[in-house]
Design a protein around this ligand. Structure first.
Ligand code: P6P
Length: 321
């Protein structure tokens, strides 16, 4: 079996980027070990602070964030990092070729119920026209990403990764502390019969989203002429992984709630990396008519509505818009 280091070499990934990806993989093994121990490691519960999003930070959020930040900024090729858990960009190495953004523990509210959680990451070329710790470093559309992926801390720890080519899947071999390639080329089925959305927000959706979901719920008796099933993981990383593995459509639409009127998910370290993985697996990821990867960022922690998954199903949604 091919391991991560060998696949990165086979894919001719530049050595500095390959080392950066290996560092992310190594840190994820520490996070995975703490997740597995849970209460036994004293890492559950709240850290007692709130992040820039106004969300209560879980202990493991802060631990994962600090592990990633410290490991990445020790690499001379990493000029700066941004994180869901950091108000501002943290800059360090002025000559570094890359900048990295991450959601250190996506779905962290699932920690205390032993649910799926993960780490989402994205890598861009550093900008020489702005200060190394400027928010403007990350004011790049998702199309500019050179690498994107996530680690899913589930029954097994897996990493989905693209460095511009196919989206590949690796599985952590715990006693060897290395990731082995288990899916060389993820392909999302164009058709699907599964949707993922938080139905509790239904009253806040646009009429288009209301109508689209009602058609799915009508099943074989309705205009779609087939039954659909629903899943909602409460952690984007788990929902997107299911879509990559067996197709489906994931929606976190805009709604009229004040704090999430533009959707809840963050463009930089949730929507864009997932959009790159989904597109490289033959799926679609959109905000209305526009591809998520073409959105011009306006702020570091900007939120964006997200519709992604099986290409034909995303088109069926867009046809109603
Ligand atoms: P809701 C986790 O907090 C997250 O950012 C995503 O991982 C997930 O898809 C979404 O929020 C869940 O949101 O409204 O269902 O709690």
């Amino acid at each position: 079996m091919t391991d991560l280091a060998q696949q990165l070499a086979d894919d001719k990934v530049p050595s500095e980027l390959a080392q950066l990806v290996q560092t992310l993989a190594e840190v994820s093994q520490s996070i995975s070990a703490k997740v597995r121990l849970g209460a036994l490691a004293g890492v559950l519960g709240s850290a007692g602070e709130q992040n820039v999003q106004g969300e209560t930070q879980k202990k493991l959020d802060v631990i994962a964030n600090d592990l990633l930040k410290e490991a990445l900024l020790r690499l001379p090729q990493v000029r700066a990092v941004a994180s869901e858990e950091e108000d501002d960009v943290v800059g360090a190495n002025h000559g570094g070729a890359y900048i990295v953004a991450f959601d250190p523990l996506d779905g962290s509210s699932n920690i205390d119920i032993n649910g799926q959680i993960g780490t989402i990451f994205t890598v861009y070329p550093a900008r020489d026209d702005v200060a190394c710790d400027s928010d403007a470093q990350f004011a790049q559309p998702g199309r500019k990403q050179v690498c994107a992926g996530y680690m899913l801390y589930g029954p097994s720890t897996q990493m989905a990764l693209t460095t511009g080519g196919p989206s590949r899947l690796y599985t952590l071999v715990p006693d060897q502390q290395k990731y082995q390639l288990t899916e060389a080329e993820l392909r999302i089925a164009p058709e699907c019969n599964e949707f993922a959305i938080n139905m509790a927000n239904q009253r806040h959706w646009s009429p288009v989203v209301q109508g689209y979901i009602a058609n799915l719920q009508a099943g074989a008796d309705g205009p779609r002429g087939k039954d659909f099933n629903m899943r909602w993981n409460g952690a984007m990383v788990g929902d997107v992984h299911r879509v990559l593995m067996r197709g489906g459509i994931f929606l976190y639409p805009a709604n009229t709630q004040s704090k999430v009127h533009n959707g809840k998910l963050r463009l930089l370290y949730e929507a864009n990396p997932m959009a790159m993985l989904v597109e490289q697996a033959g799926g679609s990821a959109v905000v209305g008519e526009q591809a998520i990867l073409d959105v011009d960022p306006e702020s570091l922690h900007q939120r964006v509505p997200v519709i992604l998954g099986s290409g034909a199903e995303v088109q069926a949604f867009q046809a109603l818009s």
